[in-house]
Design a protein around this ligand. Structure first.
Ligand SMILES: *[C@@H]1O[C@H](CO)[C@@H](O)[C@H](O)[C@H]1NC(C)=O
Ligand SMILES: *[C@@H]1O[C@H](CO)[C@@H](O)[C@H](O)[C@H]1NC(C)=O
Ligand SMILES: *[C@@H]1O[C@H](CO)[C@@H](O)[C@H](O)[C@H]1NC(C)=O
Ligand SMILES: *[C@@H]1O[C@H](CO)[C@@H](O)[C@H](O)[C@H]1NC(C)=O
Ligand SMILES: *[C@@H]1O[C@H](CO)[C@@H](O)[C@H](O)[C@H]1NC(C)=O
Length: 381
């Protein structure tokens, strides 16, 4: 050891000894913030999930609580608690440094979002998920301009998607799914140019899929609008979005042909089942579609010849059930895993390629076609 190393080692040992013999570390959490949390706990009726919120311990160590270096509470998370009843608790607005607030799986939390939530202007993330919180999405949320995440699925929110959401320009992740929202997708959403995930699925939205989604939301990777009442055509602009990986439009009233642009090869997942789409969708399955992994177009009105399709090698599975697709199954079909396909209820005919591979599968995935043979069915003549 060189003298320098020796000095360093001695210093380190001294430091270690000094630390281990020092007084108990004082609370990191400020008394004011700790008292606010204890009042919230009492207000909620001392629920079991908050048993670690013990006045004799530092609140920086409590379950679902984080503090910053100055001792201010920055995050509070309430989760998986059926004992918590009543509205979103007051006093939260007395934690001015709060940046993250989560209510996750608190099924008996109810009432509308109270107006003091609008005062939490430091919030960057707000989650209200799997609760009984109801009422419209209130206008004062438009004051939370630092929000990057608004995750409020599986509640009882009603009314339209409000225009003021467009004021939340920093938003990256917006999920309003599984509520009771009505009306169209408002144009103000076009201002959320940093969005990567937009999930409005399982509501009661109506009207068209607006073109501005593709034109303005250039960073979107996931677009999920499934299980609404959206109508009109699928805008071809969606296929030109450079970063879009997953498109979910299942269970709407969409009509017209599937735009050719969706076969250009950016998307990994295309979910279009249970609509009223018509025409030829062969191009979706073709070699040009180089990144596609999954295609679901079941329960539509598609009519085309499947015979000549040169299936893209990237494809892992597809579901074309309940259409009017005719011809025979394409050759490369025989490479797909049986649990990832469904071609039932079409007008297909001829041998199932690589039929031996499908001998023991449930024939339901091939059922109700014109004259498929081999595989789980008797051999071809
Ligand atoms: C936001 O947080 C900062 C830093 O913690 C704090 O100084 C400020 O008062 C907070 N703003 C509001 C409106 O509470
Ligand atoms: C949900 O809230 C409504 C009123 O907002 C209430 O009538 C109903 O009992 C609540 N349900 C549960 C499971 O808490
Ligand atoms: C609380 O929520 C659970 C789960 O949703 C439900 O079974 C229970 O009845 C609720 N309790 C009350 C008092 O609403
Ligand atoms: C959008 O994101 C970029 C990169 O993360 C950031 O520099 C920009 O400030 C964000 N825009 C808004 C309006 O927050
Ligand atoms: C294929 O899609 C239809 C419509 O969404 C669905 O009902 C069916 O269960 C799917 N088949 C398989 C094997 O998942």
């Amino acid at each position: 050891m060189s003298p320098n190393h020796l000095i360093l080692a001695t210093l380190l040992v001294a430091l270690f000894v000094d630390l281990s013999y020092s007084q108990p570390i004082p609370d990191l959490c400020r008394p004011h913030d700790k008292n606010v949390l204890l009042r919230i706990k009492k207000l909620l009726g001392n629920p079991s999930s908050l048993s670690s919120w013990d006045p004799n311990t530092d609140c920086a160590g409590w379950n679902g609580v984080r503090c910053n270096i100055e001792g201010h509470v920055t995050m509070v998370r309430f989760e998986e608690d059926q004992d918590i009843h009543g509205p979103i608790p007051s006093f939260l607005d007395q934690l001015p440094s709060l940046t993250k607030l989560y209510f996750d799986t608190v099924p008996n939390l109810s009432g509308p979002i109270p107006s003091y939530v609008g005062k939490l202007t430091n919030l960057t993330e707000l989650t209200i998920s799997r609760t009984n919180v109801s009422g419209p999405i209130p206008e004062f949320l438009g004051q939370l301009t630092k929000l990057t995440l608004l995750y409020i699925p599986s509640n009882k929110f009603t009314g339209p998607i409000p225009n003021f959401l467009g004021q939340l320009k920093k938003m990256v992740f917006l999920d309003l799914s599984s509520n009771l929202l009505t009306g169209p997708i408002p144009i103000s959403i076009a201002q959320l140019t940093n969005l990567t995930t937009l999930d409005f699925s399982s509501n009661k939205l109506s009207g068209p899929i607006p073109d501005f989604i593709a034109q303005k939301l250039k960073k979107l990777a996931i677009l999920d609008l499934k299980f609404n009442s959206l109508s009109g055509p699928i805008p071809s602009s969606l296929g030109f979005m450079p970063g879009l990986q997953s498109l979910g439009l299942v269970g709407n009233q969409l009509s017209g042909p599937i735009p050719k642009s969706l076969g250009r090869g950016n998307l990994h997942f295309i979910y279009l089942s249970q609509n009223k789409l018509t025409g030829d969708a062969a191009f979706l399955f073709e070699k040009t579609n180089t990144n596609i992994l999954t295609i679901e177009v079941g329960y539509n009105l598609l009519r085309f010849d499947f015979t000549k399709v040169d299936l893209t090698p990237s494809l892992l599975g597809f579901n074309i059930s309940h259409n009017m697709i005719y011809g025979s199954l394409p050759k490369r079909f025989g490479l797909l895993r049986p649990d990832s396909i469904d071609v039932s209820y079409n007008q297909l005919c001829g041998p199932i390629p690589n039929g031996r591979r499908y001998k023991r599968v449930d024939p339901i995935i091939f059922a109700h076609n014109k004259c498929l043979c081999g595989g789980p069915f008797p051999g071809c003549k």
